[in-house]
Design a protein around this ligand. Structure first.
Ligand code: ZN
Length: 74
Protein backbone atom coordinates (compact mmCIF):
# COMPACT_ATOMS: atom_id res chain seq x y z
CA UNK A 1 0.00 0.00 0.00
CA UNK A 2 1.53 3.35 -1.03
CA UNK A 3 2.23 6.14 1.41
CA UNK A 4 1.22 9.73 0.80
CA UNK A 5 2.63 12.81 2.51
CA UNK A 6 0.08 15.34 3.66
CA UNK A 7 0.43 18.70 5.38
CA UNK A 8 -2.18 20.26 7.62
CA UNK A 9 -3.15 23.76 6.52
CA UNK A 10 -4.06 24.70 10.06
CA UNK A 11 -1.03 23.69 12.11
CA UNK A 12 1.44 22.81 9.30
CA UNK A 13 1.98 19.32 10.63
CA UNK A 14 3.30 16.91 8.00
CA UNK A 15 2.06 13.36 8.29
CA UNK A 16 1.92 10.20 6.21
CA UNK A 17 -1.26 8.56 5.06
CA UNK A 18 -1.52 4.97 3.93
CA UNK A 19 -4.19 4.44 1.31
CA UNK A 20 -4.97 2.24 -1.66
CA UNK A 21 -5.10 3.67 -5.18
CA UNK A 22 -8.86 3.16 -5.09
CA UNK A 23 -9.22 5.16 -1.88
CA UNK A 24 -7.02 7.86 -3.38
CA UNK A 25 -9.11 8.07 -6.55
CA UNK A 26 -12.32 8.33 -4.58
CA UNK A 27 -10.93 11.39 -2.85
CA UNK A 28 -8.83 11.05 0.24
CA UNK A 29 -9.65 13.37 3.13
CA UNK A 30 -7.08 12.53 5.80
CA UNK A 31 -7.43 13.95 9.25
CA UNK A 32 -4.57 15.82 10.90
CA UNK A 33 -3.25 13.74 13.80
CA UNK A 34 -2.33 16.92 15.63
CA UNK A 35 -5.49 19.06 15.51
CA UNK A 36 -7.97 16.71 13.78
CA UNK A 37 -8.48 19.25 11.01
CA UNK A 38 -9.41 18.00 7.55
CA UNK A 39 -7.90 21.04 5.86
CA UNK A 40 -4.98 19.11 4.45
CA UNK A 41 -3.10 19.09 1.17
CA UNK A 42 -0.94 16.45 -0.40
CA UNK A 43 2.79 17.00 -0.67
CA UNK A 44 4.75 15.71 -3.64
CA UNK A 45 7.16 13.01 -2.58
CA UNK A 46 10.82 13.30 -3.52
CA UNK A 47 10.85 9.70 -4.73
CA UNK A 48 9.56 10.65 -8.18
CA UNK A 49 12.27 13.28 -8.59
CA UNK A 50 14.98 10.77 -7.72
CA UNK A 51 13.67 8.34 -10.34
CA UNK A 52 13.74 11.03 -13.05
CA UNK A 53 17.34 11.93 -12.24
CA UNK A 54 18.39 8.29 -12.47
CA UNK A 55 16.78 7.97 -15.91
CA UNK A 56 18.66 10.95 -17.29
CA UNK A 57 21.99 9.60 -16.06
CA UNK A 58 21.55 6.20 -17.70
CA UNK A 59 20.63 7.78 -21.04
CA UNK A 60 23.74 9.97 -21.19
CA UNK A 61 26.21 7.26 -20.12
CA UNK A 62 28.44 6.41 -23.12
CA UNK A 63 29.84 3.02 -23.99
CA UNK A 64 27.27 0.96 -22.14
CA UNK A 65 26.01 -2.00 -24.15
CA UNK A 66 25.85 -5.79 -24.26
CA UNK A 67 29.63 -5.95 -24.89
CA UNK A 68 30.56 -3.60 -22.07
CA UNK A 69 33.01 -4.96 -19.56
CA UNK A 70 32.38 -5.58 -15.87
CA UNK A 71 32.06 -2.46 -13.77
CA UNK A 72 30.37 -0.48 -16.53
CA UNK A 73 27.21 1.30 -15.46
CA UNK A 74 28.08 0.69 -11.83
ZN1 ZN B 1 -3.37 20.19 12.09
Amino acid sequence: MPLYDYQCQKCQTVFEVRATFKEKQEGLKPECPQCQSRKTRQLLTSGLLLLNTKDENSQTSPGCGPNAGPGCCG
